[in-house]
Design a protein around this ligand. Structure first.
Ligand SMILES: Cc1cc2nc3c(=O)[nH]c(=O)nc-3n(C[C@H](O)[C@H](O)[C@H](O)COP(=O)(O)OP(=O)(O)OC[C@H]3O[C@@H](n4cnc5c(N)ncnc54)[C@H](O)[C@@H]3O)c2cc1C
Length: 158
């Protein structure tokens, strides 16, 4: 197996084709990671979100990251990490951005919206009213593993 760095262009193309990732945030030196659906276009990651621990933490500390991977098998995979800053998109200031996010999120938006509606009816909890946020992406890195051996695949000499 050979592990190589992905170019910025490859990372962006991968993020644009993906829809499920792991959002990382932290507060008071405690990390917190949750799976989320997202839509990416340079240089923003859009998310439809419940209000809860992650949004409270991201309000307190907007430095966040998103990890996305595709694993064919243990020696063929891609993993991309985007680092950036949380920004909430409330109405009415961000109506156009919310509409844009809805369009980008497409089917995922409808699926998640229905799931939320259903949960809200069952729980009767208005705290789960959804909100939109986006991440301003400051940097992206990616690693790709492919089958085969590197030319320099020998063990390093001591
Ligand atoms: C495939 C998939 C896609 C998802 N897409 C979205 C999305 O697009 N937007 C979105 O907002 N949410 C999505 N979720 C749900 C998300 O992972 C969180 O569970 C949810 O957003 C609540 O997070 P919260 O921080 O607001 O937790 P809260 O509702 O505040 O929950 C409090 C506690 O519950 C625990 N908890 C919360 N979420 C999880 C979890 N996923 N696993 C284990 N423990 C948990 C935590 O320990 C936390 O302390 C998705 C989940 C899955 C599996």
């Amino acid at each position: 197996m050979v592990i190589t760095q992905m170019s910025g262009e490859e990372c962006r193309a991968f993020l644009a084709s993906a829809s499920l990732g792991r959002l990382g945030c932290s507060r008071d030196n405690q990390p917190y990671v949750v799976p989320i659906y997202f839509a990416y276009e340079p240089d923003f990651i859009y998310v439809l979100s419940t209000f809860g621990q992650k949004t409270e933490w991201m309000r307190a500390n907007p430095k966040v990251c998103l990890e996305v991977e595709e694993i064919a098998n243990e020696s063929q995979w891609m993993s991309v990490i985007a680092i950036g800053r949380y920004q909430e998109l409330p109405e009415p200031q961000y109506t156009a951005e919310r509409e844009h996010a809805r369009t980008l999120l497409g089917k995922r938006y409808l699926w998640w919206q229905n799931a939320l509606g259903e949960r809200q009816i069952r729980v009767g909890d208005h705290a789960i009213t959804p909100l939109f946020f986006r991440i301003h992406v400051d940097s992206i890195t990616g690693l790709r593993a492919t089958e085969g051996s590197a030319e320099s695949g020998k063990a390093p000499e001591k």
